[in-house]
Write a protein that binds this ligand. Sequence first.
Ligand SMILES: Nc1ncnc2c1ncn2[C@@H]1O[C@H](COP(=O)(O)OP(=O)(O)OP(=O)(O)O)[C@@H](O)[C@H]1O
Ligand SMILES: [Mg+2]
Length: 430
Amino acid sequence: MNKSKTIAAIDVGTTKVFSLIAEVFNDESQPKTPRIIATSIAPCNGLKRGNVEDIKLTSAAIKQTLQDLESRTDKKITSAYVGITGSHVSYENKRSPLKDVGSYGVITPDELKTNTTTAKSDNGRILLHAMPISYTLDGADGIRNPIGMHSDAVSVDTHVITADREFLDKLTEACKGAGINVDAFVMEPFASALSTLTEQEREQGSIIIDIGGGTTDIIAFKDDRVIYTAVVPVGGFQFTNDIAYTYDSTYESAEKAKMDHGHTELTAIEISENISLNSNEECQIIEVPAREIGRLLRERSIELAQMVQLKLEDLRIDNSSSMRVVVTGGGSKLPGISHLFQRYLGRRVRLGKPSITWHNESEKLTDPSQSTALGILIWAYSNLQDRPEINDKNKYADKDGRFLQKLLSNKTFRLSPWIRPTAQQINNQN
Ligand SMILES: Nc1ncnc2c1ncn2[C@@H]1O[C@H](COP(=O)(O)OP(=O)(O)OP(=O)(O)O)[C@@H](O)[C@H]1O
Ligand SMILES: [Mg+2]
């Protein structure tokens, strides 16, 4: 009997596709947590600002990683959990009355479970996640867990994240072109939060800022619930492009200069240091003071911090200014940027590295650009844990044939039911 399942997670980013495959054992004698057996990365030029623009190029990059994983593991990948972001993703916090709740005298988990699917896909928008924030019982709001309570009138505040059908279809097509079906889409900054935030940070209130290649994604947690999401259409691409445009250099040499010598604090750069850039004019080399490059990166970082700050002004909750910021994504590796964000956002800021121990010691997955893929894996794994009856599609399928998210069934993690476990909680399981 086959005692293991495999899960594939794919982060389709603006600069790269990062895929991984993990094995989950059903056998009691094996570790309960997944074991990542291989990862693969391929450059991707099919996306712009997080949106799939070229399906073929995106498909080719996904396929390249899948073929690599398959050849190294001898496993066949037929489906995967896939990350999604982009300017087309939007959210709203919705209050809706719940029908037929409390019919057994008190509110039961099953009644809440069926009611969480009231948010529907419509008007060209597809529902990605519907996450309850809190409940209102007979006019009293802010109740996190109403199970076991009595009430005649219950309503739920839900954080609803939707995506544009057209963009989602393109990503689905790119996956199909690579030979796989999509198990589920996972909002990328949400995934990054799962792999980098601690339980306390989610509980006390934290903001993830995932600085990618094409977008900077924001997601805020409070009381272990998602309360806010936003996408800023600026990422590492613009940082590099500023250098390439200013000196008329190739994009590649500007990227190398940023990676090798970039810093947002000018005093950290030697005044005499020069950087060589390849000009767009054939065979010409341009010598540029490293501090000038630093100045460009600093200006772009300040502008990005200001754009993030503008978004965060929409975060209208008590004490929001005390919420800690965790920066992650490849762009967060620019030396000095965490410090700069701390100053411009007026909040405590730390660098968010994924902290998952599901891999061989030889391959540490702690790079901020890997946060999303590892978070997608956490989501996928906790979905499996929630639904041991995953093969019994009829039991938990709604009208549209999708699975209902099974609530309050997960005794191992003792989590708020709608949010997935943190990396630390899962690490501690073994
Ligand atoms: N050391 C570094 N210093 C500065 N920038 C860096 C560094 N390392 C990576 N980056 C930048 O990080 C970006 C890529 O980050 P990441 O891999 O998180 O993006 P992505 O997932 O492909 O894109 P997106 O999430 O926007 O779709 C690139 O723009 C790259 O230049
Ligand atoms: Mg990304």
